[in-house]
Design a protein around this ligand. Structure first.
Ligand code: 3PG
Length: 235
């Protein structure tokens, strides 16, 4: 992957990127991001342990439940190998609040909201907004974002759609994290596209598996996903 510097000049515009290259490179090394929707904070530690044992060491913990923030505080700073990303950052104040937890590395959102991106930038939270159209890519780019969550990936038309919307921006070397409808079945196809930084989804540790405490199955799915990524990307 081309180095993505914090600041870069395109023509006469200096962009202040909000995803430092050391974070984007770490996300790429991790490859697989397990999306977690935590309903009971007491499940946070066992699910993270099952993922780590299965080789998945990046999560997107979604701010969609009352248990989400208590779960962050339980795992924050406890697992040095786990890269913690926070998802569904859609309200003012959330970026600043979650940035304070030790071990939170990055944030993502389903959409491209300038107010949220600016807040992430101001509080120093590395951030990838969600995009699904060329207009959203342009908006995200104008706000300094070069690592973009492609959401909802399958719902929008999957890889062929992503290739089409990326084409006019190819010279800018944007990178994407597809999420939404990804599973063990279509994972390999996504991993083959060079512009994909990492792949995420809830299939590895979905709500049902977490609710029933099926750590064995989460561990099995994590291993399978990580192996597929490794087979294709070699790391
Ligand atoms: C997300 O927040 O990124 C999505 O809910 C992930 O989509 P999935 O549940 O289809 O994997």
């Amino acid at each position: 992957m081309k180095q993505l510097h914090n600041n870069e000049t395109i023509g006469d515009i200096t962009m202040n990127y909000i995803m430092p290259s050391k974070i984007s490179e770490e996300i790429e090394r991790k490859g697989i991001i397990a999306v977690l929707e935590i309903e009971d904070e007491n499940t946070a530690i066992p699910v993270v342990q099952a993922l780590i044992e299965g080789g998945v060491t990046a999560i997107e913990l979604a701010l969609r439940t009352p248990a989400a923030e208590p779960a962050i505080s339980l795992i924050a700073g406890k697992f040095s190998e786990m890269m913690i990303g926070i998802g569904t950052i859609i309200e003012s104040g959330q970026a600043e609040r979650i940035k304070k937890y030790p071990g939170v590395s990055f944030g993502v959102a389903p959409g491209t909201n300038p107010a949220i991106i600016k807040e992430a930038q101001q509080c120093g939270l590395p951030f990838a907004p969600g995009i699904a159209t060329p207009t959203e890519i342009e908006l995200a780019l104008s706000l300094g974002c070069r690592i973009l969550k492609f959401f909802p990936a399958e719902g929008m038309g999957g890889l062929s759609f992503l290739k089409s919307i990326d084409a006019p921006f190819r010279h800018l070397d944007l990178h994407y994290i597809p999420l939404g409808g990804i599973s063990q079945e279509n994972l390999a196809a996504y991993a083959k596209m060079e512009q994909i930084l990492a792949i995420g989804g809830s299939w590895i540790a979905n709500k049902e598996l977490i609710r029933t405490g099926n750590w064995k199955e989460i561990n099995r799915r994590a291993k399978a996903a990580q192996q597929t990524w490794k087979n294709i990307r070699g790391s």
